[in-house]
Ligand binder design. Structure first.
Ligand SMILES: NC(=O)c1ccc[n+]([C@@H]2O[C@H](COP(=O)([O-])OP(=O)(O)OC[C@H]3O[C@@H](n4cnc5c(N)ncnc54)[C@H](OP(=O)(O)O)[C@@H]3O)[C@@H](O)[C@H]2O)c1
Length: 254
């Protein structure tokens, strides 16, 4: 049976766990060939093997997207090995929360390096391919989806530089949306609330404790809930652009 994304190619960064992994599975299930990008190759190999077992196609690209040459090479390999590029999900990110006073500067640098620089390196490399896909693909539309956060809309004490990076992702998305709208490249910003993934595992113990307290009595989202929103965006007809989706767990207030 024909699937809606048959013949298309999607690149997903941060596909070795959490939202990126769930998104790769979801888009592959809709017929897209997926290029899965992250540093942990064993995780990507397992994902690719699962996708192949379901009859799909996945290209594993062991890549550190904070390295511009590696990011560009991942995009070039996607196009040379899978033939084209229709959908890009800029998802790789890190969240190192905690008070600004006394924060290790290294934490701030890591967030800017991945959430901003890594996203920009991928974006810069994919734009010509997305523009081409919007012209010559059967669907005549292409998608760039940037994963921001509730933290890209609401600043909180202790979120400081994470807020900076995610507000930036939302602003960049809107600017690119306006620039590319007339050429049928849709740009969307996805803003998850609390999702049960490995994201919190990189926090220092004190910050982990305070995050756990904040979400103690709350049923968190699953990575698949966000993948579902991304799949919805990508599978709309050519004339429909979902520009922004904010998805919180039902019980999350702020
Ligand atoms: N979980 C939440 O509550 C939540 C809420 C709002 C927004 N978000 C956003 O959602 C996105 C995905 O996070 P997640 O929750 O799914 O967390 P996750 O499970 O920790 O996933 C992060 C992904 O980023 C990849 N990554 C880290 N450094 C990388 C690098 N230098 N190069 C390439 N890939 C790299 C990781 O893979 P490797 O380590 O294998 O490289 C991993 O696949 C992030 O942008 C995050 O800010 C999450």
């Amino acid at each position: 049976m024909a699937k809606i994304l048959d013949g298309t190619v999607a690149l997903i960064t941060g596909a070795s766990s959490g939202i990126g992994e769930a998104t790769a599975r979801a888009l592959a299930a809709q017929g897209a060939a997926v290029a899965v990008v992250a540093r942990r190759k064993e995780r990507l190999d397992q994902l690719a093997s699962d996708i192949a077992q379901q009859g799909g196609r996945a290209l594993v690209l062991e890549t550190d997207v904070t390295d511009q040459a590696q990011a560009q090479a991942a995009v070039e390999r996607t196009v040379s090995e899978l033939g084209r590029l229709d959908t890009v999900v800029n998802n790789a990110g890190v969240m190192l929360l905690g008070p600004a006073v006394g924060a290790p500067l290294e934490d701030w640098e890591r967030m800017v390096s991945l959430n901003v620089d890594g996203l920009l390196y991928i974006t810069h490399a994919v734009l010509p391919h997305l523009l081409k896909a919007a012209q010559d693909s059967p669907r005549q539309v292409a998608d760039l989806i940037n994963i921001s956060s509730v933290a890209g809309r609401i600043a909180r004490s202790g979120s400081n530089v994470y807020n900076l990076t995610k507000f930036g992702v939302a602003a960049l998305s809107e600017s690119l949306r306006q620039e590319l709208a007339g050429r049928h490249v849709r740009v969307a910003s996805v803003e998850p609330g609390a999702v049960a993934t490995e994201l919190g595992s990189h926090l220092r113990p004190e910050a982990q404790k305070s995050l756990a307290q904040r979400f103690a009595n709350l049923e968190m989202l699953k990575a698949e809930d966000i993948a579902d929103a991304i799949q919805y965006i990508v599978t709309r007809p050519r004339h429909v652009a979902i520009n922004e989706i904010l998805v919180r767990p039902t019980q999350q207030e702020g």
